[in-house]
Design a protein around this ligand. Structure first.
Ligand SMILES: [Zn+2]
Length: 90
């Protein structure tokens, strides 16, 4: 039997390591700009603890991690995404 080795990534907010599939992935795609959970390019990860995704500095941290400025269109998508986590009972 083959054991699946989890791919570990660091949350840009709390700096803890998590299995990649439990993280929110933000990628600066080479051709399509910043994307959520998809795309190819420089990526940053945020864990799904409220402390991290609702951090008031999270967008600044994201911009630093991705070395880019966030487009308003992306911020809107991002905020919709984290609102859905707020509604998610943990
Ligand atoms: Zn975190």
């Amino acid at each position: 039997m083959i054991r699946q080795i989890p791919v570990l990534r660091v949350c840009i907010s709390c700096r803890k390591t998590y299995d990649r599939k439990n993280l929110l992935k933000i990628t600066k795609d080479y051709t399509q700009g910043i994307m959520l959970q998809k795309g190819m390019g420089r990526s940053a990860y945020i864990c799904k603890s409220k402390k991290c995704y609702s951090d008031s500095k999270i967008k600044k941290k994201l911009q630093k991690a991705l070395k880019t400025s966030l487009e308003p269109e992306f911020v809107e998508i991002f905020e919709k995404e984290i609102t859905s986590y707020n509604n998610y009972p943990h």
